[in-house]
Unconditional design. Structure first.
Length: 569
């Protein structure tokens, strides 16, 4: 391992030379506050930023063990990344030349706390993984600016953020304890017969449609549970938490337009993740296996059994193994449900605003006009109870336009100016007073096919055995020249998750043998990454793993199912 003086000597020697000479600084250095690992020096100022790591031995860093034991590890890694970002923001670094020269970046996340590769804590060390834009003028090395980064700024970041004595212990305790209690509450849901919980006082609305920040408290209506749905759960660190429990079964969220129905559903959708203090949704907790379902016109579908929702298509098109390159709203929504069930989903979240109308309901008049033998679709209303009673899959639906759904609901919640009311008894009375004349269209058993076998050829781009992968923002993965559109996968919330999906698509190929099912392959992958998420990194083992964020099997499965080269045996 080199010393700081060695790094200074190398940079002084290459000062003023061509940018590629920065490659000479790659290596390991002992600085005054940390060890510096320069894993990759970019070859061009406009190329992706250089990858570096700052490491401090855990004994020297001084963090108490209870802060990073068990589930708290993810939370402590998260808060360290946030503190580094805060310190970088305070330094207010400006471009010091060409491209990203002089900029330093860490992937610190937003309102949610999710496992990410930005910081790693082990029994031996604490390590921060950063990206650095090596300074240049044109394509000429600016040595003095580089020395300032490596010998002043980075050691300062290590000193201020990687040593327990420099940090606020109360703030650290608060962050990790909140995360631990959110995990505790989520684990209690099944035992209590619940699929979700919304704490009293929660602020669900966001500032705008493109912001994940909470509406200011002075402008928001704080959530308050209806008395007859209210429960209290005692957590280890925050004591009793009171709020609304949503029970297993079929739950309707109803009410007038613009009164908060979709806002509540969106909060439940994000409730599969934990949130930071001040987000407003800290105590909105949803079971891990909840999947948002919507219509998705134009998506690719490869041999999915949608026959329980759609059959008897014209020209005898097979719906037990349904394929299309351009799905309709109804066929895409049916496929989205069956694919989620294939991977083990236990809660479906649906909003009528993003659903295909003909998939959700067929009323009495339309049943009279169009005979069942001329209508291939069995609407969701006729399957939603079967999903729960036969498969144990609950549903939470935003419904404002079809009173027929009152008949199949276990619980009906109404929102009025963001205030929540339990109107289940009133709904049942209406069902008795105004009986529906529609006919239940199908009564046969609902079956889930979890045995779709993937062909090895799915991963060929037609030119090479292995295509290159890349993520473009949060919505797109490029697999070779094939673009996977993830814009309708609404529980993807971080570009780092899309990057992880890109590399998981490559990693999973080791298990594809023309015998294993899609479910078996994904299960194998998640066994591998449970304790070592970084195994999917495209970079050499032990080096900076890139800015990756944990993603659930459901989002990975969604990407695989939208891969247009996917082939099912």
């Amino acid at each position: 391992m080199y010393k700081a003086e060695d790094l200074k000597r190398i940079i002084s020697r290459i000062d003023g030379r061509g940018y590629k000479a920065y490659k000479e600084i790659e290596g390991e250095y002992e600085l005054n506050t940390c060890y510096l690992y320069i894993d990759h020096a970019q070859a061009d100022p406009f190329a992706p930023m250089s990858r570096i790591r700052l490491r401090v031995p855990i004994a020297k860093a001084g963090f108490p063990k209870h802060l990073y034991q068990g589930v708290k590890l993810t939370a402590l890694e998260d808060i360290i990344a946030r503190l580094i970002k805060k310190e970088l923001d305070r330094l207010n670094l400006k471009p010091a030349g060409t491209g990203n020269s002089g900029l330093i970046f860490i992937d610190a996340g937003g309102q949610e706390v999710i496992k990410r590769t930005a910081v790693k804590i082990t029994s031996e060390f604490i390590e921060a993984r950063l990206s650095v834009g090596l300074p240049a003028s044109g394509r000429t090395i600016k040595g003095q600016a580089a020395l300032h980064i490596f010998l002043h700024i980075l050691p300062l970041i290590a000193e201020k953020c990687l040593y327990y004595k420099e940090l606020d212990p109360h703030m650290l305790e608060e962050h990790v304890n909140l995360f631990a209690d959110q995990e505790y509450l989520r684990e209690k849901l099944d035992e209590l017969g619940l699929v979700a919980f919304v704490g009293n006082g929660a602020i669900l609305p966001r500032r705008s449609g493109n912001s994940n920040l909470p509406l200011p408290a002075r402008e928001a209506v704080k959530f308050k549970s209806p008395p007859d749905l209210q429960i209290t759960i005692t957590t280890p660190h925050h004591g009793p938490i009171t709020g609304m429990g949503i029970r297993k079964g079929v739950t309707l969220i109803t009410g007038g337009g613009f009164h908060g129905k979709s806002t509540l559903l969106k909060a439940l959708e994000r409730g599969v993740y934990n949130h930071i203090k001040g987000d407003g949704r800290e105590w909105v907790i949803t079971v891990r296996d909840a999947v948002k379902i919507r219509a998705e016109d134009g998506r690719n579908i490869e041999k999915v059994d949608i026959s329980c929702f759609i059959d008897n298509l014209p020209f005898q098109k097979d719906t037990k193994s349904f394929s299309t390159e351009n799905a309709s709203g109804s066929t895409s929504q049916a496929a989205n449900i069956m694919e989620a069930l294939e991977l083990g989903a236990r809660l479906l979240l649906l909003d009528e605003d993003t659903s295909a109308t003909n998939f959700m309901i067929r009323d009495e008049r339309m049943q009279r006009l169009i005979a069942k033998d001329k209508e291939p679709i069995t609407p969701f209303i006729d399957r939603v109870r079967q999903l729960y009673e036969e498969q144990g899959v609950s549903s939470i639906l935003v419904i404002g336009g079809s009173g027929d759904y009152l008949e199949v609901a276990d619980t009906v919640i109404m929102l009025d100016s963001y205030q929540v009311y339990n109107v289940t008894d009133k709904a049942r009375k209406i069902v008795q007073e105004v009986p529906s004349q529609r006919i239940i269209e199908k009564r046969n058993r609902l079956e889930v096919n979890a045995f779709r076998i993937i062909k090895k050829a799915s991963w060929s781009d037609g030119r090479h055995k292995k295509a290159k992968v890349a993520a473009k923002g949060i919505d797109t993965v490029l697999y070779g020249k094939t673009a996977i559109d993830l814009s309708a996968v609404e529980q993807l919330i971080d570009p780092g998750q899309t990057r992880a999906i890109a590399h998981l698509l490559v990693y999973m190929q080791r298990y594809v043998d023309d015998r294993r099912s899609l479910r078996e392959i994904i299960d194998k992958v998640y066994e591998d990454i449970a304790d070592n998420f970084e195994v999917i990194s495209p970079f050499p083992a032990g080096q900076h793993p890139g800015d990756l964020v944990w993603v659930r099997p459901y989002e990975l499965g969604a990407a695989l199912n939208r891969l247009r080269t996917l082939q099912i045996k």
